[in-house]
Every structure is written in C-alpha cells, then in structure tokens.
Design a protein around this ligand. Structure first.
Ligand SMILES: Nc1ncnc2c1ncn2[C@@H]1O[C@H](COP(=O)(O)OP(=O)(O)OP(=O)(O)O)[C@@H](O)[C@H]1O
Ligand SMILES: [Mg+2]
Length: 313
C-alpha cells in the first residue's frame, strides 16, 4: 500500500507589501512513498522541505494539488491518529515538565489511561530523558527539546512518522540514538519520511531519497540507483610546494596550503595519482575519501553553491 502520495502538490506564499509578491516554495510535486519505507527528503536551505512537510500535516494549505496518507485525503481527520510529526522548531509550553508534556500528548492522542503512565515512562527512557523527566522544558537544552519532540512524535505508535531534520541540534550520541530509533521504527514496519541536510545519515538509513532544490524535485530513487553514474572522489595530501605536472594532466583539483598540497581526484584515478607521487618521491601524509557518491550526486543536482553540511557530526 502507498503510505504517502502527493499529486501536483504546490505552494506559493504571498509575501511583501499587500502580499502581492508571490514566492514559489514548492512547484507541483508528485511523489509516492510505500508503506514500510524510510524515505529521506534532501535539499539545501530554502529548498521547500519544511513547506512540503507542513502541507502534508495540514499546517499550511496548498495553492494547488493534493496529497494522500495511507490512502486517505490529508484533510480527513481520521488520518491524524495514524501519523506522528516532529516539526523543525518544536515549540512546547515550557512550564510543563517533559513527563507532563508527554502525558498531555498521550491524552490528546486518545491513549488508554491505564497505558499512559507506562508508555510515557518507556518513551522518556527511550529518548534518554529519564533523569530529566521532572524538569521543566524551559530548562532544557536544544538537544533535549529535540528529544522531547521525537518522543511526542512516536509516543502514540503512529504508522507514518514525519520528521523535519530529526538530527538537528543533537550531539553525536543523540544522533546515533535517533538513527537507532528510526531503524527500530522500520523494523516495526512503520513508514518514516524525514528531511535532512546530513547526507551520511540519509545514506545509512534510507530505502529511497528525493532531492529537492528551489521547490523542484531534482531526483528520486534508491541511493545505489541514483549514484550508479557518479564517481566518488579521494583527497591526497602530501608535503611539497609544487604540483607534479602528471597530476594536473589527471585532472586533479590541487591546492597548496602551507607546506602541504591537497589534490582531489576521482576514486578511479587514485592508483595513478599515487604512482605519480611515488615517482616524484613525494611523501604522502593522508589519503581519504572526500565525497561519497551520494554527496556527488547531490552536488550535481543542487549545484556546489548549495552544499550541505556533508558528513557533519
Ligand atoms: N510563511 C512563509 N511566507 C513566505 N515564504 C515562506 C514561508 N515559509 C517558507 N517560505 C519560503 O519558502 C521557501 C522554502 O522554505 P522551506 O522552509 O520549505 O525550506 P527548507 O527546505 O525547509 O529549508 P531549511 O533547510 O532551511 O529548513 C523559502 O524560499 C522560504 O523563504
Ligand atoms: Mg526546513
């Protein structure tokens, strides 16, 4: 069954004085996500990711088109119980404690009173907030609020979970935990639709990804499928001050930084580049992959000027 389907979904905001200047945030988008898929929505700042999620959540209204979740129109109230949502900037009433807030959400979702306490406790533990359960949210750090946001998104056991940059503001441990949580949701057969700038997370987690730029879908598919035509690159660093002519002939992008030279070459040219360095008796300091093929693909689709925080931890 199809979990999420957008049909020519589009959004133009009216901005400026008298709201006369239209800003196209999303061009007609046609996308389907199958049940049980983990789907990554990638794109630079201002690409239209949050707009798409808000449209799907019914928080803003489309200028055109429509969308369906689990076969039902997004305006059908019956769908609300089956979806969970983590907004980009969760805003909670911050005089409540984490436990009180989750209990409030549990009640809102219609959870049985006898299950509430147990489920809230388990969820607080799951997102690493057991010790802070009785602390008011106004005393929480950004990462802790993000954890509360995640907890409320999955507390009522929804079938389709929408997460707008779930890793944002989290420390490395927190990111690992969110990845585990998303994998767990997948194991349970849930559908996860999330936006991110962090391509390594998308690569590790997603069955399929979509790349969106300037409100327009630029590509969609399995990571392996999308990247089959792009080559990864490696960076070689060595001591020296002059770039060997052979490397320039290989098409290496070289930069001299102090006493070292950095050259980026396609992975396929790695051996040839090393051979040149050996011949010139240059001392290699390091050899590291610079861009995964998904990063390469992404840069092709959105242009290098909109590069994300690739591989950021
Ligand atoms: N309420 C609004 N009024 C006017 N324009 C808006 C509004 N919300 C978003 N936009 C515009 O729509 C475009 C898409 O914004 P959106 O928030 O969807 O991007 P995003 O992909 O989520 O970016 P980010 O990665 O920075 O979160 C941007 O040009 C933004 O300025
Ligand atoms: Mg956004």
């Amino acid at each position: 069954m199809i979990a999420i389907e957008t049909i020519n979904l589009e959004k133009t905001y009216a901005v400026a004085f008298w709201r006369k200047t239209p800003r196209v945030a999303l061009r007609p988008l046609n996308l389907t996500v199958e049940e049980g898929e983990v789907f990554g929505f990638l794109g630079p700042n201002g690409a239209g990711k949050t707009t798409t999620l808000k449209l799907l959540m019914g928080l803003v209204f489309p200028t055109g088109g429509t969308a369906r979740i689990l076969g039902k129109d997004i305006n059908d109230p019956a769908i609300k119980a089956q979806i969970g949502f983590l907004p980009e900037q969760p805003y909670f009433y911050d005089y409540l404690t984490a436990k009180e807030l989750l209990e409030y959400y549990a009640r809102l979702s219609g959870m049985e009173p006898k299950d509430r306490g147990r489920k809230v406790e388990a969820m607080l533990e799951r997102v690493g907030l057991k010790d802070a359960a009785r602390v008011q949210l106004r005393k929480f750090s950004k990462g802790m609020l993000q954890r509360v946001g995640l907890a409320q998104a999955v507390l009522h056991d929804p079938n389709v979970v929408f997460l707008d940059e779930p890793m944002s503001g989290l420390d490395p441990m927190g990111r690992r935990e969110v990845r585990d949580l998303m994998e767990e949701l997948k194991q349970q057969g849930k559908t996860v639709f999330f936006s991110t700038h962090i391509l390594s997370d998308a690569e590790a987690l997603c069955d399929r990804v979509a790349v969106i730029h300037q409100g327009e879908l630029r590509g969609v598919g399995q990571v392996a499928e999308l990247t089959s035509s792009v080559a990864a690159k490696v960076e070689l660093i060595w001591n020296g001050s002059a770039v060997p002519a052979g490397l320039i002939a290989l098409g290496a992008e070289c930069r001299v930084i102090g006493e070292t030279i950095r050259a980026v070459v396609p992975e396929a040219q790695q051996e040839a580049a090393l051979e040149i360095l050996r011949r010139e008796r240059l001392r290699l300091i390091s050899l590291i992959p610079v861009r995964s093929s998904l990063e390469q693909y992404y840069l092709q689709k959105v242009g290098a000027e909109a590069a994300p925080a690739v591989g950021a931890r």
